[in-house]
Design a protein. Structure first.
Length: 141
C-alpha cells in the first residue's frame, strides 16, 4: 500500500521513535487498553495518529498552501498488579514516558526537525494500574 504525503511523515516519525526506544511498542494504530496485549502494555505503547492540518499559507493563484500538520501521540502503560503499584507509581511511569518524548523531540532527525509538542496531558492516576499520557504535536512546513 502506498502512503500519502502525511502518512509518509507519520511513518517516518514512528520509525524514528521505534529506533530510539526499542523496548517500547510504537504504532500508528490507536486502540483501547482492552485491545492490546498485556505484555505490550507492560512495555509501554506509543500510538501516533493524524488529527488534521490547518493554519494554511495562501498565496496568489494558489488556493491552499502547506498547513501545520497536527498529530496526537498517545502513550499507554500497565503496571504489574503483582507488585501492588500505587497510583503515584502509574503517574511516575507516565512521567517517564513524557521524559522520553521530550528527549525524542529535542534530538529529531533533520527531516523531522520542525516537529514540536504544543501540549500534553496525563491520566491523573484515574486508570490505575493503567496509565496514559497524550501529546499534541505539530509539524510546521
Amino acid at each position: 500500500m502506498s502512503l500519502s504525503e502525511l502518512g509518509t511523515r507519520l511513518e517516518a516519525i514512528k520509525v524514528a521513535m521505534a529506533t530510539r526506544y526499542p523496548a517500547r511498542v510504537v504504532t500508528r494504530d490507536l486502540k483501547g487498553f482492552a485491545e492490546h496485549k498485556d505484555a505490550d502494555l507492560k512495555k509501554g505503547i506509543y500510538s501516533l495518529v493524524s488529527i488534521g492540518e490547518g493554519k494554511f499559507k495562501v498565496a496568489p493563484r494558489i488556493s491552499m498552501g502547506w498547513g501545520k500538520h497536527g498529530m496526537l501521540l498517545v502513550g499507554q502503560i500497565r503496571l504489574d498488579e503483582k507488585t501492588k503499584p500505587n497510583p503515584s507509581d502509574v503517574e511516575e511511569a507516565e512521567l517517564l514516558m513524557r521524559d522520553e518524548v521530550k528527549a525524542f523531540l529535542e534530538n529529531l532527525p533533520l527531516d523531522l526537525a520542525t516537529l514540536t509538542c504544543t501540549d500534553w496531558r496525563q491520566s491523573a492516576q484515574s486508570e490505575h494500574p493503567d496509565g496514559w499520557i497524550s501529546f499534541d504535536l505539530e509539524f510546521k512546513p
